[in-house]
Design a protein around this ligand. Sequence first.
Ligand SMILES: [Zn+2]
Length: 346
Amino acid sequence: MDVQKQESQSNEQPPNKSKSNDNRRDDYWIGFDLGGTKMLAALLDAKLRVVERKRRKTKGHEGLDVGLKRIVATIESVLKEADVEPERLRGIGVGCPGPLDLKKGVIREAPNLGWVDAPVKEYLEDAFHCPVVVANDVDAGVFGEHALGAARGSHCTVGVFPGTGIGGGCVYQDRILQGKNSSCFEVGHIQVAPDGPLCGCGQQGCLESVASRLAIAAAAATAVFRGQAPHLREIAGTDVAEIRSGALAAAIEAGDDVIENIVSSAAEKIGVAVASLVHLVAPDTVVLGGGLVEAMPDLIVKTVRATARKRVLPSYKDTFKVVAAKLGDDATALGAASWARQLLCD
Ligand SMILES: [Zn+2]
């Protein structure tokens, strides 16, 4: 026994020379977040710890060709900064916006980028000679929180991310819940108000038409115009584009009660949708993320939790927790890498 113990201790002593000289391809992963305005490449080691990250503007309007080259250049630059040869990449996971062809790894349409039929998987596989997995960006973010963040160890994780719209995703028994060819869990388009306002999707009364940051900002701008929110008037005025999450949080902090009511009423609507999701998939963890939640975690998480608990069948009341996301801007990149690792290594 003692000899064995000593042996195992000596095995743990770094550095293990044979390993550090090992040039196998299973050493590193790239997680990539392709956003409408910014792209983020994260280089992760075999244990999915971030070694290096690089953020650049996406500049989607410069065209698909330029955009794909820019993705490759960003990955090359993060590899160079970390002094890691591309040959050591085991795989790349990319979180992408818009409707995707998951099998082919093609972005079918990304209005924010102005791209149609972007062959992300094929292009990156040609460039780096390693497997590439493409996922919906919100799904990747929820998977990141499930694998490495606020929902670690959960059986079922539901993520809701209010932003300009409201994104959602579900990880069930360590798998992203997906359709045969497309992503799903479009939480933002759950109908919560049949005669409600027009949604960006063309329908009426979707959750995101009444509870997204854009919907909140529009209501807040009206309150400012009416003279009900003097602090927000000073911070941001009536321009909806200026009424960002930080401005809303600062106005509430300064005493604009009307703004607090607008935000908590939006969070209640999210709570109503969460109650339905609890009935459908029985998550043990509901993760709330995005800039709005980051700016006002207490107000939003508490309100969503209280509303959802009030709205579920009694037997579900204590079966789920509602928590704020932990990975921030890294969630999609980290999630895309860990999802790629799971698909390619399991
Ligand atoms: Zn909609």
